[in-house]
Design a protein around this ligand. Structure first.
Ligand code: SF4
Length: 747
């Protein structure tokens, strides 16, 4: 057994004794990384020492935290394996049994263990896995347990990525601390770079005495924070101090790849918050991240906080395509360009501000200042041209000429400003010019995107523009993100796992796999843990008029008012889901007065922010009328949500340029966009809406679908077949009340 060359070089440059973590063992060759005093001890460890006594003492003190222990002789670099200290060896089953023994209300679920084994198997086989786990499976433990075991057994780093903050919080605050009571492992949360304070930028601003920092003694608070904080995280600053730091201030002092001076910065080596956090992440078995961080790492790894990982698990994987489409969209807005130019130089009522006002000799930089002011004027003038456009516009060869000259004017003005600033470097301190250069780089990058926008070099993308107040956004969106994801993520990881409660359509993963670019994979759909036949019923209103009929909302009014007494008498909560605000408002206006007179709480999306709205609904029950985001992510257990009313099958109307273009492209390729895209998308959303109802084995409730296409159209079966085994009943409007009543046993 020996060290690889790089590891040997590291060892030769350290003091004895030193500790190292084994990062890989391949054919008797070890790779190592140093462990400093801040790093947790766990896994396979190598000790470089003059004496074995130290090694034995260490083994004794850490016996529950380490696996293999190696001793590296300081004289001849020979490696000796010291017997493995006793650490309990778990299998997937024994791990779950121990959770069950230790936690009072933890149910041992066969499906959960089965899923965990499948995930572990995919890790071992180095394969991609696509796994659906319905609500109640205990999905997070089903991937955390195999991830922890596999990481510890094989010294692998595993990233777990979520789409929502709520799930990330659940993992970090609830699930992982619980699992840590059974097996010790190292877990770290990855936070985006912009959340860390940059000490160099703060020093520079404090030195200049920027006036904004002196309001409310913010400069003193920041100085103290930079000195005493362990993390340098913005969130910690907020916790410690109730004063909210303005985003405009934070962006002048946070860490970013373009303002970082790296080895030229005195903090770089071991005092920079960001680089310290990055180092700590390298020591983790499990890194909890989110799709945004993973995608940014894929796009621009040098700007990312994530170290290389061996395996990645995407939870809430149904959102990955949407997240990736947003993330891989390149956007330039005239508002952002103006903002950057303001940061460089601004003059209001003879008062000068911005980085260029730090010049050693303002008299020498007049032409650069003039080019910035003139670029801003041109931005304003050219943005006005787009103001009259009312909505998002697709750009193609038929209309680019109309806008080309205006975009070229913007490029010319911004480019000219950037070029003139580059020429005045000598009139600034080196430290100040690091920040100025970062803004120049952003201007140049924006101009490059605008050039691509005009020239349409990438045929595989959609160009579109969006007017917004007095500004305009230019966007380039890839038509499909599958290739990007494949090349940047799956090909790099040994194994990639996708999991969600809703990713299959009609028991097939084809739609999901095609959209995110997977060919071969292991798949598994965990059985439902809930007895839906007993807990719920699906009521289909077969005499409902088509959703686009003039009298459709009258039909909804009748149906809703028909069940109002049951909701009131039984003190239940009913979520009425729409696909458009128009239909929501029309229906709401038709029923509001009557429902209120009964004494029911009647809420609609937009009354409060979503968090407060759900809180009010849980407290007061009654009716909640909602659309868009409420089809997923609402997690209300018990009677507070006992009825979900789906007013319309959730087919997307292709109204955005991205959707329109995707449909057009599919049709031009002879693909039936309805069956291949629109229908599976609607089925997934329908399943998500359905999934709001039963959140625990103690829940009970009814789903009403008033879109009769589910019964009359041949594709309707795809919707119903995608649901769990549930009692279905077809009724006409006069039968609704009796049917709902008999389910809740109130008549
Ligand atoms: S190393 Fe970079 S991010 Fe860290 S303090 Fe220095 S400039 Fe800021």
């Amino acid at each position: 057994m020996q060290l690889d060359k790089d590891s040997l070089d590291i060892v030769k440059n350290v003091q004895k004794p030193s500790l190292f973590r084994i990062t890989s063992i391949k054919e008797d060759v070890l790779s190592i990384e140093p462990i400093d005093e801040n790093t947790d001890i766990y896994g396979n460890i190598l000790i470089y020492s003059d004496t074995k006594e130290y090694v034995f003492d260490f083994a004794f003190a850490n016996k529950d935290r380490i696996d293999y222990l190696f001793f590296l002789n300081a004289n001849d670099y020979a490696i000796e394996t010291i017997a493995k200290p006793k650490r309990k060896n778990h299998t997937i089953e024994s791990f779950f049994k121990e959770i069950h023994d230790r936690i009072d209300d933890f149910e041992y679920r066969q499906e959960q263990v089965e899923l965990a084994k499948k995930i572990y198997h995919s890790f071992k086989q180095k394969r991609i896995g696509v796994f659906e786990a319905p609500t109640g499976t205990g999905k997070s433990f089903a991937y955390l347990v195999p991830s922890i075991l596999y990481s510890l057994e094989n010294s692998k780093r595993i990233a777990i990525s979520t789409s929502t903050i709520n799930l990330q919080k659940q993992l970090i605050e609830k699930d992982i601390p619980l699992l840590k009571t059974i097996v010790d492992f190292n877990v770290k949360l990855a936070v985006g770079r912009g959340n860390y304070l940059c000490k160099r930028r703060l020093d520079s601003i404090l030195e200049k005495g920027d006036i904004f920092l002196f309001e409310n003694d913010l400069h003193l608070k920041l100085k103290e924070f930079a000195k005493f904080s362990n993390t340098g995280l913005k969130s910690e600053l907020f916790d410690k101090d109730s004063a909210i730091i303005d985003e405009n201030i934070w962006e002048n002092i946070n860490s970013s790849s373009i303002t970082c001076a790296r080895s030229k910065c005195k903090y770089y080596k071991n005092k920079c918050f960001y680089y310290k956090a990055q180092k700590l992440l390298e020591s983790a078995n499990i890194i909890v991240a989110n799709h945004h961080i993973v995608l940014s790492d894929a796009l621009l790894s040098e700007a990312s906080i994530l170290p290389d990982y061996d395996i990645i698990v995407f939870d809430e994987a149904h959102n990955l395509e949407k997240n990736a489409t947003n993330y891989f969209t390149q956007t330039v807005s005239t508002a952002e360009l103006k903002h950057i130019l303001d940061k460089l130089y601004s003059k209001k009522r003879k008062k000068q501000s911005g980085l260029l006002s730090l010049s050693k000799d303002m008299s020498k930089i007049g032409s650069a200042l003039h080019s910035i002011e003139s670029a801003k004027e041109i931005l304003k003038k050219e943005s006005e041209i787009f103001e009259k456009e009312k909505s998002e516009i697709s750009i193609d060869s038929s209309n680019i000429e109309k806008y080309k000259i205006h975009i070229e004017n913007i490029i010319k003005a911004v480019d000219n400003a950037a070029a003139s600033i580059k020429n005045i470097k000598e009139y600034f301190e080196e430290n100040d010019f690091v920040d100025i250069s970062s803004y120049i780089q952003r201007l140049v990058e924006n101009c490059d995107i605008l050039i691509d926008f005009i020239e349409n070099k990438n045929q595989e993308s959609i160009r579109w523009l969006k007017p917004s107040n007095s500004y305009v956004h230019f966007n380039i969106t890839p038509i499909n993100v599958a290739d990007y994801l494949q090349e940047k993520i799956y090909e790099k990881a040994e194994s990639t796992i996708f999991t969600s409660a809703t990713i299959s359509v009609n028991n097939s993963f084809d739609f999901f796999k095609k959209n995110i670019g997977i060919n071969e994979s292991e798949t598994f759909i965990a059985k439902n843990n809930f007895n839906y036949k007993k807990l719920s019923k699906l009521l289909i209103l077969k005499d409902a008029p088509p959703p686009n009929a003039y009298n459709y909302t009258d039909y909804l009014r009748f149906s809703i008012l028909n069940i109002k007494d049951i909701i009131y008498k039984e003190n239940l909560g009913a979520l009425i889901l729409f696909t458009s605000y128009k239909m929501l408002n029309e229906t709401y206006n038709k029923v509001y007065n009557t429902l209120e007179k009964v004494g029911l709480s009647v809420l609609k999306q937009g009354d409060f922010d979503n968090f407060k709205l759900l809180g009010e609904f849980k407290k007061n029950r009654g009716f909640l009328f909602a659309t868009s985001s409420f089809w997923e992510g609402v997690d209300i257990k018990g009677d507070a949500l006992s009825l979900v009313f789906i007013t319309r099958l959730p087919f997307d109307v292709p109204s955005t340029p991205i959707e329109k273009s995707r449909y057009k492209i599919m049709e031009s390729q002879g693909i039936n966009s309805f069956f291949e895209y629109s229908l599976p998308k609607a089925v997934l959303k329908f399943r998500q809406g359905f999934g709001r109802l039963i959140r625990s084995s103690k829940d009970k409730g009814i789903i009403i679908v008033s879109d009769s296409r589910i019964a009359s159209k041949s594709y309707g079966k795809i919707f119903t077949n995608s649901l769990p085994d549930i009692t279905k009943e077809m009724v006409v409007k006069n039968e609704i009340k009796d049917s709902v009543c008999s389910f809740f046993g109130c008549c």
